[in-house]
Design a protein around this ligand. Sequence first.
Ligand SMILES: *[C@@H]1O[C@H](CO)[C@@H](O)[C@H](O)[C@H]1NC(C)=O
Ligand SMILES: *[C@@H]1O[C@H](CO)[C@@H](O)[C@H](O)[C@H]1NC(C)=O
Ligand SMILES: *[C@@H]1O[C@H](CO)[C@@H](O)[C@H](O)[C@H]1NC(C)=O
Ligand SMILES: *[C@@H]1O[C@H](CO)[C@@H](O)[C@H](O)[C@H]1NC(C)=O
Ligand SMILES: *[C@@H]1O[C@H](CO)[C@@H](O)[C@H](O)[C@H]1NC(C)=O
Length: 198
Amino acid sequence: MKCNNSNPALQPWVPGRAGCRSSGNTKRRDSTNVKSDQEAQQGIKCGDVRVHTANITEMMPVFEVRHNKSRFFGDYADNAPAQCAQWALPAKERYMGDFNVKPKNPVLVIGNTHDPVTPLVSARNVSETFKGSVLLQHDSYGHDSLMQASLCTAEAIRSYFVNGTMPQKGTKCPVKVPLFSEEDGWDEVIAQLESGSN
Ligand SMILES: *[C@@H]1O[C@H](CO)[C@@H](O)[C@H](O)[C@H]1NC(C)=O
Ligand SMILES: *[C@@H]1O[C@H](CO)[C@@H](O)[C@H](O)[C@H]1NC(C)=O
Ligand SMILES: *[C@@H]1O[C@H](CO)[C@@H](O)[C@H](O)[C@H]1NC(C)=O
Ligand SMILES: *[C@@H]1O[C@H](CO)[C@@H](O)[C@H](O)[C@H]1NC(C)=O
Ligand SMILES: *[C@@H]1O[C@H](CO)[C@@H](O)[C@H](O)[C@H]1NC(C)=O
């Protein structure tokens, strides 16, 4: 992968994990990209949110559904729907159907084993409703598949995007680094990807 995001003017617009290998640690890589990431996330999440209101009473049921899902973490991210409540830009496209669908191209779903935010059971649920979908289990802790790197997961993602190839059903990908090692393992995995066939 050729990569140069050292132009300071580009920094806010080049997501750190989109191909550039930073020599710094995870914290620095995240902080340089926090702007574009947050604004993009806000646009996507708030466009998808269905309840838009300035009335807190009307927001309460939204929070309640979340709180009911988890006694410990239910209120952790209330700021997300709260910030979106008065989002004024309607999404250009918003899917309002159910998710029992057959997409044009099958969807690769990645769920990690110990995710306190988007649990594996929900990844299974999503994968089962999309026809032709395969669930890849990324055997890590933390939220999403980026917290602990896996060459196996990275290769599966690359094959999916390059060739449309799905991993075998039941694939479980090991991660490179142990928990609390203060390393996410990405530098090693990206180096291995680069030295591979591509
Ligand atoms: C990266 O881009 C900057 C700004 O455009 C340039 O000064 C620098 O030489 C480039 N570095 C490499 C390794 O290409
Ligand atoms: C807020 O919503 C509640 C419930 O729908 C309604 O009873 C109340 O009048 C609303 N308040 C205002 C200021 O619109
Ligand atoms: C949340 O759980 C409480 C207690 O089980 C229940 O009374 C309430 O209806 C639930 N609220 C929603 C919005 O699901
Ligand atoms: C997925 O979750 C939804 C909402 O809880 C539920 O209605 C649906 O039956 C589940 N589907 C599968 C395949 O588990
Ligand atoms: C894509 O398929 C070609 C032809 O089978 C193969 O040589 C290549 O390694 C594949 N690339 C990836 C990223 O899987």
